[in-house]
Design a protein around this ligand. Structure first.
Ligand code: DGJ
Length: 466
């Protein structure tokens, strides 16, 4: 026997002195162990209600249409004008990306990202076969024929009036730069409110919280910043409570503002602004859980992390409880929602008005820990997916009667003319095929996939519309 054979591993193991276990015994023990782990992981997952086990189920035929993957190919146009070989040598041409084209007011592709008035969605005229279609990125008209002004917005479903209310930044003013290096801005005009029964036809209810024109020390003075207003209803006090991001033109105040009203259509009374828990707070949202407890979620510590904490019972302040989440991940534009006991959140990266990649996160408890799952965008093309379809998250609307189906609301900002920023509404589905299905979770939660499907044109299933 040569040296090699002498030291070759035996195919049987010595279990104890003198006795030999066959390889098959070991394999079977391993199989048994893995089977045990599998069953354990199925039964220990408490994502479902009352301990009910959650399986990845194939969706209802009604929403299959929403899950269809639509490709979209945008070609970057060839550079305009000829460059002399000398010029090309001196300054080699920078490669243009689609984001450059998107941000370039003079791009030949402008109409692709910001189609003109001719293709506007007009629910008052698009009746019949054309009704209820969403066209992400097109101008969307209200019932009076004016473009909807509700940017960075959110939706409240009012049980009393069985009506949806869309609140957002009313930005119908000139865009300018307060300083050479400052971000593009529009003076505060106020919070716009629109009402709808079908999430498609929106009636302008006016500005429900207006800017302060004269008092320069007021948080709502027009020279400041009011962004991402969200409204929830307090069942105990019977008040509608609005939370928003309040800042100065340089974004150094980093605070929240709170306003209150007896009616969803306002007027809202501005109460005060503050730094929640003493921390910087920029992009933010609020989330009302099924048990009536509401939470504030905000980007903090120079946008490097998010903070989350419950509001007081009257929703007019934060409590002393707060958790740091997604620490070091540099996320903003949080949009939170819940499905079958699990909390989900979509966030964006921090690149000012320029679009970037969305990420989906999940948690078993709203206070965390939160886990980052990856980019939820599907379809379009790679650039679409890497830019959240050239938009930024703002809110996720649950669709009553279609469990697991939501509308993802995003803003396609137009930094050259912020009032002309567009709305990108797309179906968001929880569940469905996971990219990398896990065989075993070893007791750790198995999250459902979050998918946001690109569609040039889509509408909610007829049952829902009815
Ligand atoms: C990104 C934020 O998400 C927006 O709400 C706005 O604050 C812009 N930054 C300003 O650059």
């Amino acid at each position: 026997m040569g040296m090699r054979d002498k030291y070759r591993k035996p195919t049987t193991f010595r279990c104890n002195a003198g006795s030999r276990c066959s390889m098959s015994a070991v394999v079977w023990s391993l199989v048994g162990f893995l089977l045990f782990l599998h069953l354990y992981s199925l039964f220990s997952h408490n994502g479902g209600k009352d301990g009910e086990i959650q399986f990845h189920s194939s969706h209802h035929p009604l929403i299959r249409e929403l899950e269809q993957v639509e490709e979209d190919n945008i070609q970057i146009p060839p550079p305009r004008g000829k460059r002399s070989p000398r010029a090309a040598k001196r300054r080699p041409k920078r490669t243009t990306t689609l984001i450059d084209e998107f941000l370039d007011e003079n791009s030949q592709l402008r109409h692709v990202f910001f189609p003109g008035m001719k293709s506007a969605i007009d629910p008052m005229n698009d009746a019949g076969n054309n009704s209820f279609y969403y066209y992400p990125g097109r101008i969307w008209l209200d019932t009076e024929g004016n473009p909807i002004q509700a940017h960075g917005g959110g939706i409240l479903y009012d049980e009393m009036s069985k009506t949806y209310y869309w609140y957002g930044e009313y930005k119908d003013g000139p865009t300018y730069h307060a300083h050479k290096k400052g971000a593009a801005r529009v003076d505060i005009i106020g919070v716009g409110c629109y009402s709808s029964k079908d999430l498609w036809t929106w009636k302008n209810e006016g500005i429900v919280l207006a800017a302060e024109e004269t008092n320069e020390t007021h948080a709502l003075h027009k020279s400041n910043v009011l962004e991402r207003p969200k409204v929830i209803y307090n069942d105990r006090t019977g008040k509608y409570v609005m939370w928003m991001h309040i800042d100065d033109a340089n974004y150094t105040k980093a605070a929240v503002g709170i306003a209150i009203s007896d009616s969803p259509t306002g007027p809202f009374d501005y109460l005060y602004s503050k730094r929640p828990h003493g921390f910087e707070s920029r992009d933010m949202t609020i989330f009302k859980d099924d048990d009536g407890v509401a939470y504030l979620i905000y980007s903090s510590e120079d946008n490097s992390e998010l903070h989350i904490g419950p509001l007081t019972e009257d929703y007019l302040d934060v409590t002393h409880v707060v958790r740091r989440i997604l620490v070091g991940q540099h996320r903003e534009a949080p949009a939170l929602f819940k499905h079958q006991g699990t909390y989900y959140m979509i966030t964006s990266g921090c690149t000012g008005w320029a679009p970037n990649e969305a990420l989906a996160h999940a948690a078993e408890s709203v206070m965390g820990p939160w886990e980052t799952m990856g980019n939820p965008c599907i379809g379009g093309n790679k650039m679409f997916r890497l830019t959240t379809f050239f938009a930024q998250s703002t809110f996720v609307i649950p669709l009553e009667g279609l469990p697991g189906s939501f509308i993802f609301m995003a803003d396609r900002w137009n930094p050259a003319d912020l009032r002309d920023s567009r709305y990108v509404w797309l179906p968001l589905i929880v569940g469905g095929p996971a990219d990398r299905p896990l065989e075993f979770n070893f007791g750790f939660p198995v999250w459902s996939r979050i998918s946001i499907y690109w569609h040039k044109k889509w509408r909610l299933p007829s049952v829902w519309r009815a």
